[in-house]
Design a protein around this ligand. Structure first.
Ligand SMILES: [Zn+2]
Length: 134
């Protein structure tokens, strides 16, 4: 997979998602983590630099699981849910269970299709409201 960057919002909070091996390694070094054993990283020292790093060297399924894993840490950080935010062995297993479960659920193509269809109706609705002038 080639490296890329996305700007997203999680619960209204801006995040950068960076899928780049060199930048992940650099961020690991800053955090004192071993780059070789780190597939993803959630960094939220301040509002401006909130970033999720994902390795581009993962298999597609590992990549999605890692993305969900780091997004769950972001949700924990924003909402204050300790189990999602605080990294210890039991909490990491909890986060992994949700990430793995959601990924396996999304492997159903019909689920992805219906989610895309329903959310695009939501986008059309808000577009129509904007045109109506609210
Ligand atoms: Zn984690």
């Amino acid at each position: 997979m080639r490296g890329f960057e996305l700007k997203v919002h999680i619960l209204g909070v801006p995040y950068r998602i960076i899928c780049n091996e060199a930048k992940l390694a650099e961020a690991c070094e800053e955090e004192g983590l071993e780059a070789e054993s780190t597939q993803g990283l959630h960094i939220a020292h301040d509002f401006e630099t909130r970033t999720i790093y994902i390795s581009p060297l993962l298999s597609p399924i590992q990549w999605v699981q890692t993305l969900f894993h780091e997004v769950l840490h972001a949700i924990g950080n924003i909402t204050g849910h300790w189990r999602l935010a605080h990294s210890n062995k039991a909490n990491e297993m909890f986060v992994d269970a949700i990430a793995t479960g959601l990924t396996s659920f999304l492997l159903n193509k019909n689920v992805r299709k219906v989610i895309e269809k329903i959310l695009s109706e939501e986008e059309e609705d808000s577009h129509e409201k904007n045109l109506a002038g609210d």
